[in-house]
Design a protein around this ligand. Structure first.
Ligand SMILES: [Zn+2]
Length: 256
């Protein structure tokens, strides 16, 4: 099994050092690989170090969370994009990037975040890398932007949109990543049931979003999601696990 989206690279969680770092040996026992998605320039450096130290187990995508993005001026964003370009051979995707209408409600904020998002869309296209999308309460707008810009490889991270939009996403050949917190979400369970297994990915968004009463979420919680998906789709766990791992390898061009 795999975790297609987590944050082992964040420097701090709840003001303490990231608790996931010490648990990497445990993750290796249960998971085939994990994808760490850097959400800021600080995370990005840590993420690259992690992929170097845990080659073949931790893979990295570099991006800029839309909320962090609005803190940065043009020059800082330009420098960060330059950093990503310099390290393009060490990463498997661009993200997480996108739009966040939970935090951004004003027109000026939305306009600015769309401009920044577009720069990352162009970066992904330039290097033919898949895009990892964060679209909070902005699924429709984000979907439109990737379709209009003719982006071919896309993962909708933490998808919490409705079934109908999920089907449109699938029809474009994109991937929908459902977080382990689906255990507590009726809408997410409906989406899992409706979409083909070939378009589905599993993720935790760890250390955030645990479905359990615990201080932080861990990539090893993926096993509970696999169980639930098998139940919802009436398929063997092994089949679900194998297909989802294949999906991630295919989207991110991992040849092993
Ligand atoms: Zn995330």
């Amino acid at each position: 099994m795999i975790d297609a989206h987590c944050h082992i690279s964040i420097p701090k969680f709840n003001n303490e050092s990231n608790p996931l770092l010490n648990l990497i040996p445990d993750f290796k026992k249960e998971l085939e690989f994990v994808i760490d998605s850097a959400a800021s320039p600080i995370d990005a450096k840590i993420s690259l170090d992690l992929t170097e130290k845990h080659k073949g187990f931790i893979f990295s995508t570099l991006g800029l969370h839309p909320v962090d993005a609005l803190e940065l001026n043009d020059k800082k964003i330009e420098n960060y994009i330059e950093f990503i370009k310099e390290n393009k051979d060490k990463i498997i995707g661009i993200g997480e990037v996108g739009l966040d209408y939970h935090y951004h409600k004003q027109d000026a904020e939305i306009k600015r975040s769309k401009e920044i998002f577009l720069q990352f869309i162009e970066l992904a296209k330039e290097f033919n890398l898949p895009l990892v999308l964060h679209l909070r309460k902005a699924e429709e707008d984000g979907f439109k932007m990737v379709v209009d810009n003719d982006v071919k490889k896309v993962m909708f991270h933490f998808f919490s949109g409705k079934k109908d939009l999920a089907m449109e996403i699938v029809n474009e050949g994109y991937y929908i990543s459902i977080p382990v917190i689906m255990l507590k979400s009726k809408t997410m369970k409906k989406v899992v049931k409706a979409i083909p297994l070939e378009n589905l990915l599993t993720e935790t968004d760890s250390p955030w979003a645990s479905p359990f009463d615990e201080p932080f979420n861990k990539p090893t919680n993926i096993k509970y999601e696999i169980e639930k998906i098998s139940e919802l789709k009436n398929l063997d766990k092994e089949i679900v696990e194998k297909q989802i791992t294949e999906n991630a390898k295919k989207l991110f061009g991992m040849n092993f």
